[in-house]
Design a protein around this ligand. Sequence first.
Ligand code: FAD
Length: 286
Amino acid sequence: MSTRYDLAIVGSGAAGISAAINAKLRNKNIIVFGSKDLSAKLIKAPIIDNYLGLPEITGKQLKDKFINHATAMGIEVIPEKINNVYAMGDYFALIANENNYEAVSVIIATGVEFSKTLPGEFEYLGQGVSYCATCDASFFKGKVVTVIGYNQESIDEANFISEIVEKTYFIPMFKGDYALNPNIEMVQGTPVSIKGTDKVELLELKDREITTDGVFILRDSVSPEQLVPGLEMEGKHIKVTRNMETNVAGLYAAGDISGKPYQYMKAAGEGQVATLNAVSFIDDKR
Ligand code: FAD
């Protein structure tokens, strides 16, 4: 039987790490998902002038301070992307590529991603469009699949898919090291839309079309509606109360994903509020 954590935190930016530290202070058994560098938006900031008590700090220095603080409290960030969070009644199931996890309460602190979805992406989700190679590759046995990869990890996912399907195209949306299996055809181009009738049939690029049965879109993050079925949104942000509660009992949201202004201290503060309310929720369940 897998461990059931008190609290799972999805995201390792200012909101997620603040949530984790506050949960540890409340003696909760937690798990944090994100990246070893915590957040691209942290390490890319050249200079930060508005973090209380830490004037003129660089993003990388602030990241190191967050890591040192978290590590000193025994917090480790698990470098796994969570693809789905399902409310199961008494607990939440969190689905990653390789593993599944369980927690009594969940905080979504995934930040906002600004890359636009493709026309047809949501329309054909589950009808040929997928965000998760491990979950869905087996549905495409003997078929043609196109992977749109936004990060280095998408190379591994494309290689995995190519071992199952008949033909794999890979469209890189990042600069990097493309160590693709020899049976994968790399196509340089800009995806424009996904087309079909009742299921995916075609990926339209700016200067060509690919006939394909499936399109795997592998970005750094998953949209909140895709992450948590039934989650109430306000535009591209998760709708929250002042207690950072969402419309799903036991599920909280904090940081950029819960709305503007997009700022480190606002994110850290909301992470704290989310945790303190999650702790009450967890304690009430006992
Ligand atoms: P993020 O920092 O975006 O972190 C989200 C984390 O969640 C990431 O690690 C991501 O990989 C992870 N994640 C996402 N989806 C999943 C998933 N499905 N599973 C697992 N992990 C996932 N703000 C200021 O206050 N002052 C500044 O000077 C400033 N300068 C900035 C400079 C730049 C260049 C940029 C880009 C932003 C700047 N900001 C600044 C804004 C600030 O970066 C954000 O407000 C802040 O990072 C938000 O923190 P967050 O925790 O909500 O999300």
